[in-house]
Design a protein around this ligand. Sequence first.
Ligand code: FUB
Length: 366
Amino acid sequence: MRSSQLPILTFPVALACMFCSCGQSGSTNTTDSTQATVTADSSAKKYLSQPLVNHIYTADPSAHVFNGRFYIYPSHDTATGIPEDDLGSHFDMKDYHILSMDSIGGKVTDHGVALDIKDIPWAHRQLWAPDAAFTNGTYYLYFPVKDSLDIFHIGVATSSKPEGPFKAEKAPIPGSYSIDPCVFTDDDGKSYMYFGGIWGGQLQRWNNNRYDSTKGNRKPEELAIQPRMAKLETNMKYFDGPVKEVQILDEKGQPFHEKDNEKRFFEASWMHKYKGKYYFSYSTGDTHNLCYATGDSPYGPFTYRGVILTPVEGWTSHHSIVEKDGKWYLFYHDVQLSGKTYLRNVKVTALHYNEDGSIQTIHPTL
Ligand code: FUB
């Protein structure tokens, strides 16, 4: 990640409420130090949808339906004064808040702090994009965070309630690395984690599941780095076997090269299933697309099919896809409220399939 090209905007909070959907904002069980800095886009751009909440900054929304209700597991963006750099050090998040709502457009509840970095024994800094799962009567929160050596690993925390609070395990998931976990449970009850992110997400330093801090980003003519996956044990806390590469192939069955950065994987894995097909979706990072590829097995390979979401305002793009009552939704984020790349806000919009199973491309501005 790196700095946005966007201007920093300085509209007051009151004006922000004219642009954002205050009616959709939820109960604010907590206050946040960045609240006073919430700003609005002075260009009066027409956005496809409005922020789900505006009392805190939220990003990377992993949405699930638990007990008939939407639960959204986002990153909690705050301004901590860390300068922006190409490693994303300015994404300096310290806790998670979970949001929930009965229906799209309904009241959004912020359930307060669900997990704090100080309660994760091995964590040093930067709580990035989480995901959640439910099985065995337990809710699992998966999160990437840097350890004391500044290396990202993925941890897991558990709760009896979808909104937490969550209690973290004492150590990261053995064999885990990099960022952006997505946990998908198939119809047969087997669960898989997809993960990884290049550049600030450190995936370029991991080859054959070994860490090498000297490995830099791939050159344009080199093969693109592929995301990773592992089957989870039934206890959902360990990998059941070695981490594998996920093959994303072009329409001719060939892997992408780094120069194919409009289509190659960067970060933000998501898996969902539609009419028996597996849909692996992801962000292309520096070209800001959300793309998808489909396959016949949770292990892949996956064939590139197209763009789900064209670039949002901001540098990062991250999403989830979820179904409720026969309708499909894309949760995503942009920087409508702040204009700053590291102070994002989550949104939702309807997602539609064509007859052939392809996804209709969504444009985040009108
Ligand atoms: O929120 C921090 C990072 O930004 C996430 O892990 C990436 O997916 C990007 O959205």
